[in-house]
Design a protein. Structure first.
Length: 268
């Protein structure tokens, strides 16, 4: 018998970010998660799991006490947490995907890691169906809105790559598309002057960790010249759907954007 035949999937998993939590629940192994990020909101059952981490810091003592078989995190921002956990003898996987194709690869990789290949294929089929739905909607859309997606307000940061791709996939035109491809947050800085000059038809604000005050956007100097402000097309989107590189932005985010774009197009 080969050693690989003795492989045992992890039974106790720590999730430092939200996308791994939702993916594991979709794969049917949510009961194996023993610790999550303080920011977890989806699914509701996950909010009852002990909190062991924020995005840039973790309670290492709590994590080690859980005796996990696997710790899951995301991006270069968590590299120091990963380093500390590895030094404490933990198995850590930090993914760093930034695109829709990256999300699909992530789902496949994680499904294999937890020995849920069949469930992973079912989830991937659902994701592909949503992507195809968005493509069909875009093809039938009579007017494509110019969209500004604000991920943070000070400094002002534009949409990360997977959000930009979802906007374009659903028929929107991301006015900050080039910046969205930047790997680091600082690569995605913009300015009010640039937003005003690009004159978006719709503004989406989605701030991780705090509510958006829409009135402050309407009251920004110079924004009264922007079509989105003139026509009251400024909206808040849920970060738990759009700012995690997991199933949510495809399964639910696409439907949300389609509704906004359809309503806008019907007014033209």
């Amino acid at each position: 018998m080969r050693e690989l035949d003795n492989y045992k999937a992890p039974l106790k998993i720590i999730c430092l970010t939200e996308e791994s939590v939702e993916t594991l629940f979709e794969l049917g192994v949510g009961d194996q998660i023993v610790g999550v990020s303080a920011f977890v909101k989806r699914p509701s059952a996950a909010t009852k799991i002990p909190k062991v981490s924020f995005f840039t810091s973790s309670n290492l003592k709590k994590i080690v006490e859980k005796k996990p078989d696997l710790v899951l995190g995301f991006s270069d921002i968590q590299k120091d947490i990963a380093k500390d956990l590895i030094e404490l003898g933990q198995d850590v996987w930090i993914s760093n995907h930034r695109s829709i194709s990256g999300i699909l690869k992530y789902v496949r990789s994680l499904s294999l890691m937890v020995d849920r290949k069949a469930e992973g294929e079912i989830l991937l089929e659902r994701l592909e169906n949503q992507i195809n739905k968005a493509k069909a909607f875009k093809k039938a859309l009579n007017h494509r809105p110019k969209v500004f997606f604000e991920e943070w307000d000070d400094p002002q940061i534009v949409a990360i790559q997977w959000v930009s791709e979802i906007i374009e996939l659903c028929g929107g035109i991301n006015i900050s598309k080039d910046k969205s491809e930047g790997l680091l947050a600082k690569d995605r800085f913009t300015s009010h002057k640039e937003v005003i000059s690009l004159n978006p038809d719709i503004i989406f604000a989605c701030h991780c960790g705090k509510k958006v005050k829409l009135e402050t956007i309407y009251n920004r100097v110079g924004y009264t010249k922007i079509s989105a402000v003139i026509n009251k097309e400024v909206y808040e989107l849920e970060p738990e759907i759009f700012l995690q590189p997991g199933p949510a932005v495809i399964l639910d985010g696409i439907d949300i954007l389609i509704k906004y774009f359809e309503d806008w197009s019907q007014k033209k």
